[in-house]
Design a protein around this ligand. Sequence first.
Ligand code: CA
Ligand code: CA
Length: 145
Amino acid sequence: MSEVEDFLTTQEEQEIVAAIREAEKNTSGEIRVHIESSSKKNHYDRALEVFYQLKMFNTKERNAVLLYVAVHDQKFVIYGDKGIDAVVPDNFWDTTKNSIQKHFKNGNFKQGIVDGVLKAGIELQAHFPWQTDDEDELSNEISRG
Ligand code: CA
Ligand code: CA
């Protein structure tokens, strides 16, 4: 869909991938970004479906996080795996969500995603610090619906 193509320039995409790489320097957690135009399903359910399609449960500590964005619907969901849910409070993602929301409202999508990714990395660091034997368990490339 052209809408998704137009959403981010190649340059902006590269900045997001760089942010993921940067965020993962602080934590053993894995962060992925998925962008699509819209979803007929409830966005939370759709994020969960994408999480499984991308096999994001394939981490040793079950600590992957998906930032799902439906461009046309102007919706986003942050979905963290059960390893994260087990150790963090319910409002854990609020600061990350706020970072994203603020920029999305102003139409700064790239900056919203970059800030959200970096914020998620910092939040995860406290519970899942980076280890010397860290592996990049999940691709840092953006996934498109
Ligand atoms: Ca890793
Ligand atoms: Ca990764």
